[in-house]
Design a protein around this ligand. Structure first.
Ligand SMILES: [Zn+2]
Length: 338
């Protein structure tokens, strides 16, 4: 797991980096460690227009197609929010990317990014080079949502770099498709007031399991089973998801378990939330829970949605569920409805 700080300070990101066999995680944020970047968060807005896709010339179009497939499947389920720009670039082994194509990508990004702010394209260029092209040249793979608050209106940037590194023929659903599902789920979540880290990452991982299962592309028990195994390892160490409400301000002794608590245990906490709701429908998370966060804030919304007195009661019941036998845990998934 890595926690990284990048400039400018007006940007932070929710992101997932995949490392076998499960995802590792990173968070990019502005400001000093320990400061909440959520203080003046302005949600994204509903809009019919879909994301705008931007790709580096020469990167095999198959990668954009796969990412787009995931994003569009996710958008069809969660709804359309934005403004959202998707930036896709990469360099496969042995390929050379011309200076001209690199320059064109930077121009396109910086023109988009500086259109409604005072920063100039010249100021943007070195930052964009470091953030996109240097990562690509190193061969690192990244996927994340970056919430840009300095533009008017705020916008979502979904960034996918070298996603071909995550492609394995044996996967029933190509990983770049899953990255698209995951990151666009964060776009949906960002259209509502702040929710805890475990719910954001857990919800995105749950969507990676739920949407392909729903369309018959792969089973849900195996992938959620992996998350359960990973979660159990840190729960055994006495950690719990209530310590993972805000990764940006979590102490290092908790932040080191970002992946297991937010992504793995979080995915199960979201499944458990839905299971404890009145209808047990996943769509009620979208249609009832998230809208209620606007009026109630996430803590009261969570308690009401799961029919508990408080979030503490939810946490206690979830902890009990996580200590129940494995077959009972997996059986919960079979009771969830669309
Ligand atoms: Zn994520």
């Amino acid at each position: 797991m890595q926690v990284r700080r990048t400039s400018p300070s007006t940007r932070f990101a929710l992101c997932a980096l995949l490392a076998l066999p499960l995802q590792s995680a990173c968070v990019q944020l502005g400001g000093e460690r320990g400061e909440s970047p959520w203080v003046d968060f302005k949600p994204l807005v509903a809009m019919e227009e879909g994301p705008r896709y931007h790709t580096l010339e020469g990167y095999d179009p198959i990668w954009k197609e796969r990412v787009q497939e995931g994003i569009e499947a996710s958008r069809a389920y969660w709804g359309s929010y934005g403004p959202t720009h998707v930036w896709i670039l990469g360099r496969e082994d042995g390929e050379r990317v011309s200076e001209e194509d690199q320059g064109a990508f930077l121009e396109e990004y910086c023109a988009c990014r500086t259109a409604t702010v005072e920063r100039t394209i010249e100021e943007c260029r070195p930052y964009a080079r470091e953030r996109f092209l240097d990562v690509m040249e190193r061969g690192d793979a990244e996927a994340y949502l970056s919430y840009v608050r300095e533009t008017d209106p705020p916008m979502a940037e979904l960034v996918f770099i070298n996603v071909h590194n995550w492609y394995f023929e044996r996967d029933p659903v190509p990983d770049p498709v899953l990255r698209g599902i995951h990151e666009y789920t964060h776009v949906f979540q960002s259209a509502f007031p702040v929710t805890p880290t475990w719910m954001m990452e857990g919800g995105a991982v749950f969507a990676e399991a739920w949407l392909p299962w729903r369309s018959g592309r792969r089973g849900i028990e195996e992938v959620m089973g992996y998350s359960m195994e990973a979660a159990q390892e840190v729960l055994r160490k006495g950690r719990s998801i209530d310590e993972m409400e805000e990764i940006e301000t979590a102490p290092q002794r908790i932040a080191r378990y970002h992946r297991e608590l937010a992504y793995d245990a979080g995915a199960w906490a979201v499944a458990f939330m839905i299971h404890e709701s009145e209808t047990q429908r996943v769509s009620s998370l979208r249609d009832e829970f998230y809208p209620s966060v606007r009026d109630l804030g996430w803590e009261t919304a969570l308690a009401e949605y799961t029919r508990r007195e408080s979030k503490q009661e939810f946490y206690a019941d979830f902890a009990e569920f996580m200590s129940s036998p494995r077959d009972e845990q997996l059986a919960l998934l079979t009771r969830l409805k669309d």
